[in-house]
Design a protein around this ligand. Structure first.
Ligand code: IPE
Ligand code: IPE
Ligand code: MG
Length: 236
């Protein structure tokens, strides 16, 4: 099986997972977070290079305050767990999105964990937290405007690379494959620039139930796709 270099995942369906079991939504998020930990280690064992997870969108602040604060507490727990169990984890980790809107203690923990894991040799995990593609592109455009104003960039010289280098994903290859769980078929403001030519795979599994076997099914489907990038693959 041909593994893509980078897979991006929209982890959706925690709420429905809990609802089906008549549990509070928070239990769904908790199960989702446990599943994330497990899947990361399974993907590391597969030998995948990069994986990006959509954990909290710039639109998720619209949810009831109680849910938002529960999700932030879960993130704290998640980061603490990474600090405590550093020795058992082989992966590298960083975060994309606008960190500045997150609580200062969370920002600190994120930086700390990123540093702590930076010498690891395994899969590179990217967590999208307060991430929105439109917000990311807007931030990049502001930076370019500042650089133009300062005389560091000529408007004529702006290329796709100028933009890509100012996105949060500047050092990461574009994902070849996007997976969304829970049956929804939309991007919800995720990686719109980076997914321009990616293959999409939608799974009906709710996120807490999505296992490495399901990911491998997505990879198998990806292996059967013909990617053309706007060109023609057949020899004339
Ligand atoms: C995804 O699960 C997790 C986050 C967006 C934080 P949801 O909470 O969106 O679950 P559903 O879509 O309501 O089932
Ligand atoms: C997308 O899921 C965001 C994350 C998974 C973090 P949502 O559940 O927020 O998306 P919509 O509202 O159904 O589009
Ligand atoms: Mg959802």
């Amino acid at each position: 099986m041909n593994l893509p270099e980078h897979i991006a995942i929209i982890m959706d369906g925690n709420g429905r997972w809990a609802k089906k079991r008549l549990l509070p939504r928070m239990m769904g998020h908790r199960k989702g977070s446990e599943n994330l930990k497990k899947l990361i280690n399974d993907c590391d064992a597969l030998g995948l290079k990069h994986i990006t997870f959509y954990a909290f969108s710039t639109e998720n602040w619209k949810r009831p305050q109680e849910e938002v604060s529960n999700l932030m507490d879960l993130l704290r727990e998640y980061l603490n767990d990474h600090i405590k169990n550093e020795k058992e984890n082989n992966f590298k980790i960083d975060f994309i999105g606008d960190m500045s809107r997150l609580a200062p203690d969370i920002q600190e923990k994120m930086k700390y964990v990123r540093e702590l894991y930076s010498a690891h040799k395994g899969i590179f995990v990217h967590i999208a937290m307060n991430y929105g593609s439109r917000d990311e592109i807007t931030r990049a455009v502001k930076r370019i405007a500042e650089e133009v104003k300062a005389g560091d960039i000529e408007p004529d010289r702006i290329t796709e690379e100028t933009i890509a280098k100012r996105l949060d994903t500047k050092d990461i290859p574009d994902p070849e494959l996007l997976i969304r769980t829970s049956g929804e078929q939309r991007l919800s403001n995720f990686l719109m620039w980076q997914l321009a030519y990616s293959e999409f795979y939608f799974s009906d599994k709710l996120w807490p139930d999505f296992k490495v076997e399901d990911l491998l099914e997505a990879v198998e489907s990806f292996n059967n796709r013909e990617r053309r990038f706007g060109g023609r693959n057949e020899v004339k």
